[in-house]
Design a protein around this ligand. Structure first.
Ligand SMILES: Nc1ncnc2c1ncn2[C@@H]1O[C@H](COP(=O)(O)OP(=O)(O)OP(=O)(O)O)[C@@H](O)[C@H]1O
Length: 228
């Protein structure tokens, strides 16, 4: 579905992603695990087209390396950034509706409010008044409004309570079923990654250093990469 080949990303003269090749298949969830500063956000920003990269990125076999972010969104990639980036003074509904731009539609698809009933209840509230977990649901709803084929989520559990993290994992699995999409998620919370991932990759200093099947993953080994 989405793949990279020898992807390299630099800030000025300093290269921080050193040749990453990965593929996420149709209806697959790929978790990219790594400690702070290992390059997860940089990788995601290059996938969505906010940061320029060398090497290549392909979507359904078509080269999108030269595409701008909005073109990639139209081709079916949606991005939920780390820190969520809500528009605090807009209502919940207005926030979600910003995701519709790529589709030309005016109405928020029903399944978004079915997935997140609390967002329906709070749709006229200002987004800045929502809890962290509710805001995370809202920005996932915003990404789904763009009708993506691939959903990129950068550390969605950051700043969210453990009980809500469990619920978020369940919801992501539901979304994958319901929409039949592919998910790439970056994470540091192992239990969350294990609850959603079909495949796990570990990133260290801008390189993939370990990869295995999610269901049979050696959690101790992955945890050892995450330990400081
Ligand atoms: N704007 C920037 N300019 C220069 N270097 C940067 C910039 N942003 C990130 N870096 C560096 O790139 C490397 C990778 O950072 P990145 O934010 O991608 O890591 P991360 O795994 O997402 O970590 P975190 O979870 O803390 O966001 C780090 O060494 C970081 O210091």
């Amino acid at each position: 579905m989405l793949s990279t080949n020898d992807l390299r990303v630099s800030y000025g003269m300093s290269e921080v992603i050193h040749g990453i090749s990965l593929t996420v298949g149709e209806n697959e969830t790929l978790a990219i695990m790594g400690r702070n500063g290992m390059g997860k956000t940089t990788l995601f920003k290059s996938l969505i087209g906010i940061l320029p990269a060398q090497g290549s990125i392909a979507m359904q076999g078509n080269n999108i390396t030269g595409d701008k972010a909005y073109q990639r969104v139209r081709k079916g990639i949606a991005y939920v950034p780390q820190g969520r980036m809500v528009f605090p003074t807009l209502t919940v509904e207005e926030n979600i509706a910003t995701g519709l731009e790529a589709t030309g539609k005016k109405k928020i698809p029903n399944d978004i409010y079915e997935l997140f009933p609390v967002l329906h209840d709070m749709r006229h509230r200002k987004a800045g008044n929502l809890s962290g977990g509710q805001q995370q649901q809202m920005v996932i709803g915003r990404a789904l409004a763009a009708d993506p084929k691939v959903l990129l989520l950068d550390e969605p559990t950051e700043g969210i309570q453990p009980s809500i993290i469990k619920q978020l994992a369940k919801t992501l699995n539901e979304i994958k079923q319901l929409r039949g999409l592919s998910i790439v998620v970056s994470e540091q919370v192992l239990s969350f990654a294990m609850a959603v991932a079909d495949r796990v990759m570990v990133i260290e200093k801008g390189q993939i250093v370990h990869e295995e099947d999610g269901k049979s993953a050696d959690q101790k080994k992955i945890a050892s990469y995450l330990a400081v």
